[in-house]
Each structure stands twice: as structure tokens, then as C-alpha cells.
Design a binder for this molecule. Sequence first.
Ligand SMILES: [Zn+2]
Ligand SMILES: [Zn+2]
Length: 355
Amino acid sequence: MSLDKETAPPAQGIACPGCGCDVAWSLRACPSCHRLIHGERLKTLADQAQGAQDRGELTLALTTWRDALDLLPSESRQHAVITQIIARLGREIDQNPAATARDQAKPDAQSGWSASKATGAAGAIAFAIWKFKFLALVVLTKGKFLILGLTKASTFLSMFAWLGVYWHIFGGWFALGLVLSIYIHEMGHVAALVRYGMKAEAPLFVPGLGAFIRLRQTITDPRQDAWIGLAGPIWGLGAALACLGLFAGTGMAIFAAVAKLGAVVNLMNLIPVWQLDGSRAFRGLTRSHRWLATAAVATSWAVTEQNMLVLVMAFGAWRSAFDKSTAQPDRGILATYAVLVAALSAILCLPVPLP
Ligand SMILES: [Zn+2]
Ligand SMILES: [Zn+2]
């Protein structure tokens, strides 16, 4: 978790409102008198969050509660209470998408791009242009590095061994298609983050793997974490299906190739390990649901014989057996994970015609 420039703390300490001693800004409670250091700011934030909640602006309320959470010691009672409010508001947003859309259309000056620049039609367009600028910049300035990275990745990972072949056949258009489908995957995450009032930084493209978005805040609710993680592969699957549609319509093999590599990237991201999307999805699953998800992967493997699924299965079993899991069952997360794995591995089975 890192702070952006607007909210960067002053370098020097501040006086504790309780005992008056000099305390570091980054501390949440005074080490000598244990009083909350940011009490005044917390009170303001709580009032603002409550107000937003009362007006039905749930995303704004979530953003504000998260700001408050950042100022509280993680072991405090207030932290636990706000964590619960955040989880509840997340569920309310998912149950009432219309209210959220209304909410997000209202600009707000004090939060980050998640609720200000990305809100409203004009804001959304400006945001999209900014994203494309960022993407164009990556392609233009880092183009060589990107090509080099992909070639290197192909030597390191056997999964990418065929990428070099496609590169020679399809050239730059194929690379562009791939970058665009990764971009669509990332936009899925961004959409979910905006929905839950989260702040995040611009995505960082990692050749061969996809892109990462560094979050400025911790996701406290496993359910929201899971849906933020799944949103990437959901949009990624959408991009792959759109490419297949274009292939069916035009007969151009490049679209099938982009769909297939897109499916590989999205399936890799569903491995429940490290900070991959699959790992986030598993955070929202109970132990028994994790075993069911792993069984679903095994079924997909038996049907499609895509060996990449063995990796997904292995980590799935490991997470099911040993990792701490949530107690709140959510069948939607389980079903979505299973459908994504099945659909993406089915795309991998398509014989891609070469010219
Ligand atoms: Zn004190
Ligand atoms: Zn992702």
C-alpha cells in the first residue's frame, strides 16, 4: 500500500491530541497514551461517508470509509466495524447496480481518479483517452522492449514457445491484438475497482504475463477481492469471444490466434497463486467451495486435455488443503470461476488455422 502525492503525509511528526507528544504521521495511535492520532479527520470522514450512504451514493461512501480505514490501527474496534460496513456496502452495490451507476455519475473532488476523473460521461471518455495515451506510449517507447520481453518469455516458458512462430506469421498486428486484449482484461479490473470505490494506480504492462494494477488501498473484504480479481478474466473472455466472432465473420486467422493467446493469458491469471486473479478469486471461496473449484478445473482438464490446467489444479488443491479460507460462502464466485476455466480451456482447443 502506498500513498499518492495528494494525500502524502508531512515529513515531520504531529502532536498527539491526547498527551501532546511528537508522533510520526504514519502511526495510527499514540504509542504513549494510545489515543487515535487522526481522530478529527476520522470524525469528518465518518460524517461524510454516512452522508453519502444516506443519499444512496454507495460508491462514494465506500471510498470515504476506505480513507477512514487507512487512518485506523488494524487491531482497533473501529477498524473492525468499518471493515464490516465496507463488506456490507459492497454487497448492496452488487444487488443494486442502477443506484451505483447514478452514484458514479456524480463527480467528487476529494477522492482519486476512481471516483472523480472516472465519473460522468465526459470523465469516462477523458479517462479512456488517458488510458489509450498510456498504452500508445508503452507501445511506442517500450515497443522494442516488449518484443524482446515476449521473445525472452518464450524461451523461459514453454507455454509461450509458439508465440515466436505466431509473431513471424502475423507480425505487429498480432502483437497489437494481444496488447489490446490484455488492456481489455485490465479495464475489467478497473471497472470493478471503480464500482467498489477503490483507489489504484495506472496499470503496469509486463510482457508475456499481462499487466498489473498497484492498489493504493488494501481490500479488506474477501468477496470484493474475489470479484475484482474475476473481473479481469471475465472481460478477457469477452475479448477472446469477440475475436472469435471477428474470425467467424472475416475468416482472418489472426483473430483466432489473438483469441487463443488471450485465452492462455487469462487462464494463466486464474492460477490461484501469488497475486494472480485466481488467487483473489480463491480468497472469496470457502474451503469446500475451493475443492469444488479445483474439481471443476479437473473436469475441464479431463474434457479438454489442456495441460496448463494441471498447474491450476495443483495450486487449487494446495490452496484448498492448506490455506486459510473465508467462512462466507458465495456460489456466484465459485460458478464464475468454473465457467471461466471451462470456457477459456475450450477456446484453447480450437485448431487455429494458419495461412
Ligand atoms: Zn499521546
Ligand atoms: Zn488480471
